[in-house]
Each structure stands twice: as structure tokens, then as C-alpha cells.
Write a protein of this length. Structure first.
Length: 270
């Protein structure tokens, strides 16, 4: 028997945790068919996953990725399994929207994927967000980032952080993100930002990229471009917006904005 504990239910994304009641023997079905897209993290224990003649040992270093219609089989070593999974379920509409937005499909050939630090961090954020009273928008956004990050080339090459390291690194990285967002118009250096959160520059840059998905300088440019877009939409001039958002070169700002939004700043909002 599998027990479901719903953590968050939304129209596009739902979060749930699954385990096995200790007083109910479990019998592995000969075959299961997935009803929807989902990404599941194995938080504890292990089991074997079978699909088209292949077998994977599923544990804390792997993810179980399903799509509608996927046929598979799970086997456990004993009658009372001890595995616990945290699952993110996606509506078909959300998956289709994500696919059309960034041009990627998630009908994967195999249902097993390697855990990365980026994926572990997104799981950490999803669990923390689900505990909040108003989790809807944040949970949906993070779930979308999870799918987008799932197949990033080379993402699994780095050494995995422990659960404790993820929590500690997340605290520092999120403090850096907040500082860069709130003070985006100010000049920032890698050394100064790293020092502000108590890390060395190289270690901070490496951890930031693995968790956030982009290096610190690119994150800052994205924040500045969003701030510029807001100012332009409110009627501010291009030159004024350029310097108010933290860009030091007008030509660079215009090129960056056009690349990000598809129009020149002077045409944005018109």
C-alpha cells in the first residue's frame, strides 16, 4: 500500500509526499501506468525501477520522472518498504505551456534522472514554499524551473552537496539574491557580494551558479533588465532608465534589452 500526503494542491501544480504505512504489507504491482507528468525525489530508502527491459536503483541520488502513459514497474526488497518520495505533479496544460515557451519536451526515453545540486536546491525551495500559507504562485514558478533544469547539459558533473550543505548554501545564496535585487542600481563586485554573505569569491560563484542556474553577474543583469522594463512601462525615458537600473553604458543597455525582450527600449510598452 502507498500512502499519499498532499502538501499543496493548485490548478497547475500539486506537491505530495508518498510513503508506505508500517502496519500494512505492500505488494508491488506487475505494472503501473502513469496518469500525468511528475518529478519525484527519493527522500529516504530505495527501490528498483523497471522500464522496457532496463532497471535502475532509485535512491537519494536519482529522480523518478514520469509522463502520461508511461508504463513501468517498481520492486522493493521487503514486504514493508521504507522509501519516501516527494513528488511534483504537473497538469497537461502547464507542461504544454512550458514546452511551447522554451521548446523542450519531457516525454523522456528513460524515467530515471541523476540528481544535481540545482535540482536539489529547487526541491529545497519547493518544500519550504509549500509550508507557506500562500504557496500558489511561488510553487508553480519553482515547479516550472524544475522541469526546465531537468535536462540541462552537463548539470550532473559537479559533486552533490549534502542536505545540510544545501540548506546552508541556500541561505547565503538567497541573501545574495535579495541584496542584488534590492540594490541592483548600485555597483557590485564578485568579491564584495561573496564577502557580504560570508563566502570566498570562487566558492560563492561556483555555489551560486549550481543553485540558481546562472552565474552571479548574469543574475544581476537579469534583475537590472526587469527593473528597466518596469520603469519604461511607467513612461521613463531610455537614458534615464539605463542609469537608474544600474547599467553604466547606454549602448550595452540597449543591446541587452533588445536581446532579452525582442524590442528596443524606446519601443517597449508601445
Amino acid at each position: 500500500m502507498i500512502r499519499e500526503s498532499l502538501v499543496h494542491r493548485g490548478p497547475l501544480v500539486s506537491l505530495a509526499r508518498y510513503d508506505h504505512p508500517p502496519d500494512r504489507p505492500h505488494r508491488d504491482p506487475a505494472e503501473e501506468v502513469s496518469a500525468h507528468h511528475a518529478v519525484s525525489f527519493i527522500e529516504r530508502g530505495r527501490f528498483d525501477l523497471h522500464h522496457r527491459g532496463r532497471r535502475w536503483r532509485m535512491d537519494a541520488a536519482t529522480l523518478f520522472v514520469t509522463h502520461s502513459g508511461l508504463r513501468y514497474r517498481c520492486t522493493h526488497a521487503g514486504p514493508i518498504p521504507d522509501d519516501v518520495t516527494f513528488s511534483v505533479h504537473y497538469s497537461p496544460e502547464f507542461v504544454e505551456d512550458l514546452k511551447s515557451t522554451i521548446g523542450r519536451r519531457w516525454t523522456r526515453r528513460v524515467p530515471a534522472a541523476a540528481l544535481t545540486n540545482r535540482l536539489a536546491y529547487l526541491r529545497h525551495r519547493l518544500v519550504a514554499t509549500a509550508a507557506c500559507a500562500e504557496a500558489g504562485m511561488a510553487a508553480t514558478t519553482l515547479a516550472g524551473e524544475l522541469l526546465a533544469a531537468l535536462d540541462d547539459a552537463g548539470a550532473g558533473a559537479s559533486r552533490l552537496f549534502s542536505a545540510g550543505q544545501i540548506v546552508r548554501h541556500a541561505r547565503r545564496v538567497e541573501a545574495a539574491c535579495a541584496m542584488l535585487t534590492e540594490r541592483c542600481a548600485e555597483p557590485h563586485t564578485l568579491e564584495g557580494t561573496a564577502r557580504a554573505v560570508g563566502m570566498s569569491p570562487f566558492h560563492f560563484s561556483r555555489v551560486f551558479r549550481q543553485l540558481v542556474g546562472v552565474p552571479p553577474h548574469r543574475y544581476l543583469v537579469q534583475v537590472r533588465l526587469k527593473a528597466a522594463a518596469r520603469r519604461l512601462a511607467e513612461g521613463a525615458g531610455v537614458t534615464e532608465t539605463c542609469y537608474a537600473a544600474g547599467f553604466g553604458n547606454l549602448s550595452h543597455f540597449i543591446r541587452s534589452f533588445h536581446r532579452a525582450y525582442g524590442v528596443r527600449p524606446s519601443r517597449y510598452g508601445h
